[in-house]
Design a protein around this ligand. Structure first.
Ligand code: SAM
Length: 243
């Protein structure tokens, strides 16, 4: 897979892409992440990428021209062009999985007051938001998308089960995790995790994941309803707590 990040702030993107799992995935040839400086596509000698909004108002807007030029240069018939924008579709694990099946992503990081509307209308395939809050630029959102997508590429995580087990993968938050020591200042690891009984551990994890999801993210349970065994666990818990 190839991911191109188009940005005015190349350093932050290149540094993040050059660390940890993204770096390793690049070295293994599983992904190629390229950071593209939008200023390389500006036509004037001042390398101007932004201008004042028509109609007046605060701040500056990213110009259409350099973005059209950059995407025109990078795009192939297999590319999917994504603008990071607070107006976009909310990003989640399902969207990450969908994008991980694309051979080539072009991620456009906006800045200032945003991007000339003609980019949304005529250049990009979709807009993605990483949440209902406003960041200064699209670099963090682009990196969030790239990171979550790369984790899902076959061969990237050492243990393929890791991605399957993580929060959201099966409509459940992840179960609690512990590491050594068994007893830290009187705070003990649940005994079942030390039992060596793999089935019991799997059952405990599934049950804990379910209870956490109901407590913290009941919306996920509505989208991914409990199966028969899970229903039983929920009823048992409610009965125990006199609900
Ligand atoms: N004036 C814009 C608005 O109200 O929608 C916000 C512009 S924001 C300061 C600058 C850039 O940061 C955006 O063009 C976008 O690329 C990026 N950005 C900010 N928040 C984001 C979010 N929640 N998700 C995705 N991108 C975001």
């Amino acid at each position: 897979m190839r991911i191109d990040i188009v940005t005015l702030f190349t350093k932050v993107c290149a540094e993040y892409a050059g660390e940890s799992i993204l770096k390793r995935a690049g070295e293994q040839g599983l992904v190629e992440i390229r950071v593209i400086n939008l200023r390389d596509y500006t036509p004037d000698r001042h390398r101007t990428a932004d201008d004042r909004p028509y109609g007046g108002g605060a701040g500056m807007v990213l110009k259409a021209e350099p973005l059209f030029e950059a995407v025109g240069d990078l795009k192939t018939p297999a590319s999917r062009v994504v603008l990071l924008s607070p107006r976009g579709r909310l990003f989640d694990q399902e969207q990450a999985l969908r994008l991980s099946r694309e051979p080539h992503l072009i991620l456009i990081a906006g800045r200032y007051e945003g991007v000339d509307e003609r980019v949304s209308e005529f250049l990009v395939d979709e807009e993605i938001s990483i949440g209902d809050y406003i960041l200064t630029g699209g670099e963090l959102p682009a990196l969030a998308v790239a990171d979550s997508v790369v984790r899902l590429l076959p061969g990237v995580l050492g243990d393929p089960e890791s991605a399957v087990d993580e929060s959201f993968s099966r409509g459940r938050l992840e179960y609690p995790q512990y590491t050594r020591p068994e007893d830290y200042r009187g705070m003990k690891v649940p005994p079942v995790l030390l039992s060596g009984d793999h089935e019991a551990v799997a059952r405990w994890r599934a049950r804990e994941a379910l209870m956490l999801t109901r407590e913290r993210r009941p919306d996920l349970l509505e989208k991914h309803p409990p199966d028969e065994e899970e229903e039983k666990w929920l009823e048992e818990k409610d009965k125990k707590e006199g609900k």
